[in-house]
Design a protein around this ligand. Sequence first.
Ligand code: HEM
Length: 267
Amino acid sequence: MNLATAAQSSIGRKLISGLTGLLLVGFVIGHLTGNFLLLAGPEAFNNYAYFLEHLFHGAGLIIAEIGLIVLFLSHAWSGFQVWNNKWNARKKNYEVPGDAGGKSKKSVSSTTMLWSGVLLLAFVVWHVAQFKFGIIDTGNRAVMVDGVEMRNLYGIVVDTFAQPLWTGIYVIIMVMLGFHLWHGAWSAFQSMGLANDLYLPTITKVAHFLSIVLAVGFVALPTSIFVFSNHFKAESDKYMQQYGTNETSGDMIYRTVSGLMSAEKGA
Ligand code: HEM
């Protein structure tokens, strides 16, 4: 059996779904940790974003992004296949009266995995367009810090979550992420054959704890920016005043146009 055939087999799909799911959990933990720098102020957060964008002369981020795209797509593909297998098996089981056997682990989280997954994938596409490519122009210009051009990503995030609509949407999606992980984070171990009866209860408890911590952490960021938006906006303004280039002098003015950095002479 070659690799492609193995990946297409029922066990292969489960392995891919579990492994990619766990790697994505790792990404989400890292992303949340980095995002908490928003609470440390514009310099800390923007410098962190700048560091990531320029790691190994920009190659680090490109490699990570390609890895993330592969992870998200293969997780979505294998997750759908696993769901489809179960769906077909269930349809057949219904034709034979009787008990499905074993203790049922059904929950709102487990029965909505496909739908929470589809919504999360759509969210990620939108989220990257919103923050990375800045398709909603919040008027935040790029700044020069020690001769280095940087995006005021902090200002973009703050202006976004100062609006109840965006905070509301993010809170709903982050709760959904919690639901997805509530089931996904332990069942990944089972899918990969790494959980026996002895370890499964502990793995399940740790997974449930992690899903709550991640959902609460991700909900806390937009809501605290929304509640204390005056403070966050003042911090962003101070940063822009300190580092934004001088508009009246006719010097180079840096600004973000639909998220793409452009520099205009005396615009
Ligand atoms: C409160 C919640 C979140 C906030 C404030 C946030 C913030 C951000 C920001 C500011 C960026 C742009 C980084 C840059 O351009 O340097 C970003 C990128 C990204 N975020 Fe989030 N994020 C949140 C939740 C999530 C969640 C739950 C996921 C995944 C399930 C996610 C996945 C991503 C991905 C894949 C990128 C693109 C990374 C890259 O290409 O550099 N984010 N996020």
